[in-house]
Ligand binder design. Structure first.
Ligand code: ATP
Ligand code: MG
Length: 257
């Protein structure tokens, strides 16, 4: 059974083709990097997979289900989570509360037992709070636990967004530039935590990353997009020396291959 496949996906915005006949397959448990210059279509692919945008053509298959026919919340319920390039969190809530929101998919007791204050709901909530604290520790966010998101810098919020996404215990996690806005030390720590938690929980990761050093150490395989097309894929070492990849990056300043 295919764990995940985006098959022949095309996405148009008016006259602009953000994705052209893109096929990407992932096997369960792998860490795959998605790279390419600015405007290559990386975020568009994540948007299509997570159901934010419907593709014009192609199929998205996860666990034998067609994701391209489902709404974003239905896709999330299947165990697909994502983070956002520009982070999407509740600015007026604390760091801890933001991470707890990610746990809602897993609170098994449901709405009525919670509304009625049944013990099963209270136990579930207690566990959710503890789990959020564990994730905050894993991402070095303990000191920010009770601070409001709006008072924190972008690099910290990126980590909150990551902890929130992992709280949902996804089977497939899509990360859109998880280390942007971070210092090298922060980025190393964040990537280390992602890899450790991912491995421990058997999460399959698709990671968009502009920092080549980060993606080379994290990913087992790379897929390269350029002008909406897949131009290369393979091991980081092979992709780095691929002529089309070198040409695509020539003259761009964000990536140093
Ligand atoms: N909602 C939209 N409406 C119109 N055009 C869009 C939309 N989203 C993306 N695009 C265009 O589609 C192309 C691919 O954009 P996308 O954001 O997927 O690139 P990217 O690889 O994530 O780039 P970056 O590295 O800058 O984040 C770009 O030309 C972009 O301007
Ligand atoms: Mg992007």
């Amino acid at each position: 059974m295919t764990f995940f496949a985006a098959e022949n996906v095309t996405l148009n915005f008016g006259g602009l083709t953000a994705l052209r006949d893109v096929t990407v397959e992932l096997h369960e448990g792998e860490i795959c990097g998605l790279i390419g210059p600015n405007g290559a279509g990386k975020t568009s692919l994540v948007n299509v997979i997570s159901g934010v945008i419907r593709p014009n053509a192609g199929r998205i298959v996860f666990d034998d289900r067609r994701l391209d026919l489902l709404a974003p919340h239905e896709i999330a319920l299947l165990g697909v989570a994502r983070t956002f390039q520009n982070v999407e969190i509740f600015a007026d809530q604390s760091v801890h509360t933001n991470v707890v929101t990610g746990l809602h998919r897993r609170l098994a007791h449901g709405f009525w037992s919670s509304a009625l204050g049944l013990p099963v709901a209270r136990r579930g909530e207690r566990r959710a709070y503890d789990e959020a604290d564990r994730l905050l520790e894993a991402f070095g966010l303990g000191a920010y636990r009770d601070m409001l998101a709006r008072d924190l810098p972008f690099g910290i919020l990126k980590r909150v967004d990551l902890a929130r996404a992992l709280a949902a215990r996804p089977r497939f996690l899509l990360l859109d530039e998880p280390t942007s806005g971070m210092s090298e030390v922060e980025a190393d720590m964040t990537i280390g935590a992602c890899r450790a938690l991912g491995r421990e929980r058997g999460v399959t990761l698709l990671v968009i990353e502009h920092n080549m050093q980060v993606i080379m150490t994290l990913a087992e395989r790379l897929v390269v997009l350029h002008h909406g097309e897949k131009i290369a894929e393979g091991s980081p070492a092979a992709v780095q020396h691929h002529p089309s990849v070198i040409e695509a990056y020539l003259g761009t300043s964000r990536v140093h291959a």
